[in-house]
Design a binder for this molecule. Structure first.
Ligand code: F6P
Length: 319
């Protein structure tokens, strides 16, 4: 193993830069040449590749986004796109590839591996929706962003004696809503993993109002229902003025938390070590306090488990 490549792919996540930095510096420490691939698989197909040195990753550990840039490439999913990528890998003499991203990015790594390319994945997505790992880079920063937003929204919600539906990201996973809801003291949390009843949400609002509560935060995971329709329904059923805040891409930006930087640094370094050990077709993850690695296939087929206990706790704490 002499020359490795690193790319970030799919939705960006705070901490991707810290992971890239760790890959580049660990690689150089071990005498490897490290090639930075711009804009994920799109850049791989286009040959958007340059050698990185210690300074290329200076001053990025604290920055959100991804210096390597990212993309969601449809072309790479085709036979033609994959062939182009393989050709570029050959031309640039890349012996091993490190892919930082979510499950779509890991599927790409798996396809390359089937064609003989050594590839290792690092989980980077704010959604925390990968079943094989307790944690994916970016999640902690994202929930802290949501918790900050909830605090601001709560101020104005209290002043006006309103309810506010805060819609958060997560694709099909309720983790952002669940954990930000727990940390932010939300009154109701609506996630795809659990049945939802608007009557229950309204009952809670009425009970809260009857004991003098001046605000209510309803945390709603995206892609479930229309927030504005729900606000209208709540107003109709309770008479409580209800506003909607869709947080959107603000959740994907910002300086990564110390936790994200630490996990990203550990995972970045471990992924290089795996390549040096001759391993391939694996992804790194976090189990408890330990950085682990498993087969990409096994990782992709591990179902994400929703933490029902935490969900029940949020219900108890918001009575
Ligand atoms: O996977 C990360 C994520 O931010 C999801 O939470 C969200 O559904 C999606 O990406 C948004 O994607 P895009 O930035 O392409 O609109």
């Amino acid at each position: 193993m002499k020359r490795i490549g690193v790319l970030t792919s799919g939705g960006d996540a705070p901490g991707m830069n810290a992971a890239t930095r760790a890959v580049v510096r660990t690689g150089i420490y071990h005498g490897l040449k490290v090639m930075g691939i711009g804009q994920g698989y799109k850049g791989l197909i286009e040959g958007n590749i340059s050698e990185m040195n210690l300074s290329s990753v200076a001053d990025i550990i604290h920055r959100g986004g991804t210096k390597l840039r990212t993309a969601r490439s449809e072309e790479f999913k085709t036979e033609v796109g994959l062939k182009k990528a393989l050709n570029v890998i050959k031309v640039f003499g890349i012996d091993g590839l490190i892919v930082i991203g979510g499950d779509g990015s890991f599927k790409g790594a798996k396809e390359l591996n089937k064609k003989g390319i050594k590839a290792i994945g690092i989980p980077g997505t704010i959604d925390n929706d990968l079943g094989y790992t307790d944690y994916s880079i970016g999640f902690d920063t994202a929930i802290n962003t949501v918790v900050d937003a909830i605090s601001n929204i709560r101020d104005t919600t209290t002043s006006h004696g309103r309810a506010n539906i805060v819609e958060v990201m997560g694709r099909n996973c309720g983790d952002i809503a669940l954990y930000a809801g727990l940390a932010g003291g939300a009154e109701s949390i609506i996630v795809p993993e659990e049945d939802f009843s608007s009557d229950e949400v309204c009952k809670k609002l009425i009970q809260g109002r009857n004991r003098g509560k001046l605000h209510s935060i309803i945390l709603l995971a995206e892609n479930m229902l229309n927030s504005y329709d729900l606000a209208k329904e709540i107003e109709y059923k309770t008479g409580i003025s209800t506003r909607v805040t869709i947080l959107g891409h603000i959740q994907r930006g910002g300086s990564p938390t110390a936790f994200d930087r630490i996990i990203a640094s550990k995972m970045g370094a471990r992924s290089v070590e795996l390549l040096l050990e001759g391993k391939s077709s694996r992804v790194v993850g976090l189990k408890g306090n330990k950085i682990i690695d498993i087969e990409i296939d096994e990782a992709l087929s591990t179902e994400k488990k929703f933490d029902k206990e935490v969900y029940e706790l949020t219900k108890i704490l918001s009575i």
